[in-house]
Design a protein around this ligand. Structure first.
Ligand code: TYD
Ligand code: MG
Length: 451
């Protein structure tokens, strides 16, 4: 068998080296060499089929052909369903439920008579069958194979002729023509490239599962993000059972919709009242807690943000976050100090979003800042109050989108008062809307400032 030549390329300066070394000779960067196929071999492998130019109006509208998977929340994130010939990467921590989700999806698709193939590199076929039985995915058109060798995987796809293929996980696949171990960057990239070509050529919807590392990055799979059509991240809090699906890249539509699901004994199911789940364990009258009506895509979601401030003995006090951005917290702490007169420079600050959710909505700024202020002064924010607003460096509160929808969700969950940016006029019935042009004004309205 001919071995494909491998080079070691520096991911910092791009220089190629015949052998691996801890340090790149060209730029001096440490640990930057990654294995790669020799470019001469690679161009032969990845040369695209010839295409013909068309008028833009005549080009096939792929997105219009998306096929619903039957898992409503998955389809919501994809803006309809899977597009034939598309490649989707589903990433998430081990144990979060990727295999469960995709097995349910395949089962659903198979039950509607569409042939699908599940390739497992991590579990045995009988283990997968047991799980399929648990989640109701036992259907004749769902095919299973436990396989990790790429040529065999391709042969299985050829013999089964499925319309939908799931490879779980891409890190377990290996191409024997490459010398490196499965899971290495070169293997992951090469296996994905070959599967991708096969999927495009046959019009198969391909879903690749990728495990993420503890740091929250799609380690090996990260190198695939630019070649796949769609990247979906599966996240959540294992204890709470709540799971979020988020598209971080989607070539066929917007990436703003979030899917919400719940893990139960019979797999993942839809959640009727997500805000209710997020707020279920909230204790009234405790300082350092604020409820913010966030918007993910088009869905409003009430999320509790918590902060704790504790005296620090460290020269550089700790700033620890979970579910909220560390840089955003640092910025809010600076604004609280310089524009509101509340300094936490001698304190450790912990901030988190309850329920394992990751908050990326800037409209949550004011709530997080008020939670910190409340934690610092020990005054609880009223349990009938929600806060909306992006905080600017000048200490001003800025308007955010979909305020009406955010407030409607707050009313639905029994909130009676809202602090909103000053410039916004009007407000729905049933809610006392308080306008705060600045964060300092919001601190005063919520009564969490120093007395
Ligand atoms: P799994 O899909 O194997 O996660 P991943 O593929 O992302 O590593 O499932 C993870 C967890 O879900 C596992 O600990 C068991 C639990 N689980 C349920 O709670 N209910 C179920 O019906 C199933 C199938 C799994
Ligand atoms: Mg799995």
């Amino acid at each position: 068998m001919v071995r494909v030549r491998v080079v070691h390329r520096c991911s910092s300066c791009g220089a190629a080296h015949p052998k691996w070394a801890g340090r790149c000779d060209s730029c001096g960067e440490w640990n930057s060499l990654v294995e790669e196929l020799d470019s001469s071999a690679r161009s032969a492998v990845t040369l695209p089929d010839a295409a013909i130019p068309l008028r833009v109006t005549e080009v096939d509208d792929e997105a219009a052909r998306s096929v619903p998977t039957g898992i409503g929340e998955f389809d919501r994130v994809l803006g309809g369903g899977l597009v034939p010939g598309s490649v989707t990467l589903v990433g998430g921590e081990p144990g979060i439920g990727k295999s469960t989700l995709l097995l349910q999806l395949l089962g659903g698709v198979a039950s509607s008579g569409v042939r699908s193939l599940y390739i497992t590199g991590e579990e045995s076929a009988s283990q997968v069958k047991a799980r399929a039985a648990r989640v109701g995915a036992l259907h004749d058109e769902l095919w299973l194979v436990a396989e990790t060798s790429l040529p065999n995987v391709k042969a299985h796809i050829d013999s089964v002729e499925p319309e939908l293929v799931v490879v779980d996980s891409v890190q377990t696949m290996h191409d024997p023509e490459l010398g490196s171990a499965s899971g290495s960057v070169a293997q992951v990239r090469e296996c994905a490239n070959q599967l991708l070509k096969l999927a495009k050529a046959r019009g198969i919807s391909l879903v690749l599962v990728g495990h993420v590392t503890k740091e929250g990055t799609l380690a090996g799979p990260r190198v695939l993000e630019h070649v796949v059509d769609t990247v979906i991240e599966f996240e959540g809090d294992r204890q709470h059972g709540l799971r979020l699906l988020r598209a971080t890249k989607h070539r066929f539509g917007p990436t703003s919709e979030v899917g919400l699901m719940q893990m139960s004994q019979t797999g993942l199911s839809t959640v009727d009242d997500p805000s209710g789940i997020f707020l279920a364990d909230r204790v009234a009258g405790v300082s350092g807690s604020a409820v913010v009506p966030t918007i993910d895509g088009r869905r409003p979601l009430l999320i509790e943000l918590q902060a704790l401030v504790a005296g620090s003995s460290l020269a550089a006090p700790r700033r620890s976050t979970q579910g909220v951005d560390q840089g955003r917290l640092a910025m809010l702490l600076a604004v609280l100090e310089r524009r509101v007169g509340l300094s936490v420079s001698k304190f450790d600050v912990y901030a988190l979003a309850v329920g394992g959710v990751r908050v990326i909505d800037p409209g949550a700024d004011a709530g997080l800042a008020l939670a910190v202020a409340s934690a610092l002064t020990g005054k609880a924010i009223g349990d009938d109050l929600v806060v909306i607003g992006e905080v600017g460096l000048g200490g001003e509160l800025r308007q955010v989108g979909h305020q009406d929808r955010r407030l409607a969700e707050a009313i639905r969950h029994g909130f009676r008062r809202a602090i909103v940016p000053g410039a916004v006029a009007g407000g729905p019935d049933g809610l006392t809307v308080m306008r705060a042009p600045t964060l300092a004004a919001a601190v005063a309205l919520a009564d969490v400032g120093p007395s």
